[in-house]
Design a protein around this ligand. Structure first.
Ligand SMILES: Cc1cc2nc3c(=O)[nH]c(=O)nc-3n(C[C@H](O)[C@H](O)[C@H](O)COP(=O)(O)OP(=O)(O)OC[C@H]3O[C@@H](n4cnc5c(N)ncnc54)[C@H](O)[C@@H]3O)c2cc1C
Length: 367
């Protein structure tokens, strides 16, 4: 019998397991894959996520993976480039990092194991155990055998197709149709000065940033109406996107693509209720949204912290676990819904006039 079982061991699940284990709880962490393992998810960690990694003592390990620091973020929304120097930020984050997911997720899993969580890779959760109307454990299979494990709380950190979320029939709190599709790959010979982004309004978002192995990630996003045509001929589609921004095109064409294209038109926008009797959802399992503003990893870290705080209180002797779970759901909504709306708005690739006014004012200030 565990205090908590966490299903899914990436950005949401491993930090949840780590924080609970650090607090002395008995934690089982499972994932259907083994690590290190890449995933089709991009990996720009913005400053809230960087602050989480710092507070958990993990940022140095990310830095030690030879992931280059990003000290400037430059965006051109058709009004000329505007450079943000991170050392001018008030939150104290003077550099952010964009580690490959096979690097980041392994660091997170190892941190959970070091904290004392029991980790079972290659373990697929197939269903939940119910007792007296509440979730009381998981059913799963691994190595050709089936298993049943019990816990006071089961946490679904199993991504946007969450088995846990489906099994508990977590109600949808907010939903928005798919807005964009996205593709990215990794290039050598494309030097990049921090994060560089270009938006051609209502048409495309181009992003380049440095990552591990001396590679530059080049990503594009476009309206979902263009997905089928892009997918039918990715090379031609990418060329057409590059041609929209000549400064990107020249630099990318001078480099070499080192890995296959990764892409999808399946970028849903759904918020689900974050907890119920004996269960909770963190990360994409509870709130999946368009990746345009790159909030997903930071938000998964935030959920991990909020839920572990709530469970440490709720699992204390004599405490009211259901009240703690309800508290988590309330806090998660307060934190996640603004981020969700911001993601949907950013995904429209059409910025309101205030953004351009603010950028003009910042440019004037810098001049
Ligand atoms: C194209 C794209 C680009 C993105 N770019 C960025 C970005 O630049 N910056 C950013 O912050 N965010 C980005 N995001 C969002 C970010 O990647 C996600 O928000 C983040 O990965 C969510 O982490 P998670 O742990 O909740 O889920 P996931 O990363 O999906 O991990 C879920 C884990 O659960 C496991 N699992 C699933 N089902 C089971 C089961 N039945 N049994 C056991 N294990 C199971 C899976 O194997 C997986 O390891 C992007 C997303 C996409 C799709």
């Amino acid at each position: 019998m565990y205090d908590v079982i966490v299903v899914g061991a990436r950005c949401a699940g491993s930090p949840t397991a780590m924080l609970l284990a650090r607090a002395g709880l008995r934690v089982l962490l499972v994932d259907r894959v083994t690590f290190p393992r890449d995933t089709f998810r991009n990996h720009a960690i913005l400053s809230p996520g960087t602050l989480s990694l710092t507070s958990w003592g993990l940022l140095d390990t990310v830095i030690a993976s030879n992931c280059p620091p990003v000290r400037t973020v430059t965006f051109d929304f058709g009004d000329g480039p505007l450079v943000e120097r991170l050392d001018s930020r008030e939150d104290g984050v003077d550099a952010i990092y964009m580690p490959r997911r096979y690097v980041l997720d392994e660091i997170l899993v190892n941190a959970a194991i070091t904290a004392g969580a029991e980790f079972r890779p290659a373990f697929t959760v197939t269903g939940l155990v119910w007792e007296h109307g509440r979730v009381a454990g998981i059913e799963g299979r691994s190595g050709g055998r089936t298993f049943t494990e019990r816990a006071s709380v089961v946490v679904g950190a199993d991504g946007h197709r969450s088995v846990v979320g489906r099994a508990v029939e977590a109600p949808v709190v907010r939903e928005h149709p798919v807005v964009t599709f996205g593709y990215y790959s990794y290039f050598s010979g494309v030097p990049v000065g921090g994060v560089e982004g270009w938006m051609t309004p209502e048409t495309s978002l181009h992003l380049m940033f440095p990552t591990n192995d001396d590679l530059t990630c080049v990503a594009i996003q476009g309206p979902s109406s263009g997905y089928a045509a892009f997918k039918a001929d990715i090379a031609a589609g990418f060329d057409a996107y590059l041609d929209q921004v000549s400064v990107v095109a020249d630099r990318v064409r001078a480099g070499r693509r080192e890995e296959r294209w990764l892409g999808t038109g399946d970028l849903p926008n759904v918020v689900r209720q974050a907890s119920g009797p004996g269960w909770a959802l963190v990360g994409d399992a509870g709130c999946v949204k368009d990746p345009a503003p790159a909030h997903g990893i930071s938000d998964a870290f935030r959920d991990a912290q909020s839920l572990s705080d709530a469970l440490c209180a709720g699992l204390a002797p004599g405490a009211d676990l259901d009240a703690a779970l309800a508290d988590y759901a309330r806090v998660r909504d307060e934190e996640a819904l603004p981020s969700f709306e911001a993601a949907v708005a950013a995904a429209s690739l059409a910025l309101p006039p205030e953004v351009y006014e603010m950028r003009a004012a910042m440019r004037a200030q810098l001049a």
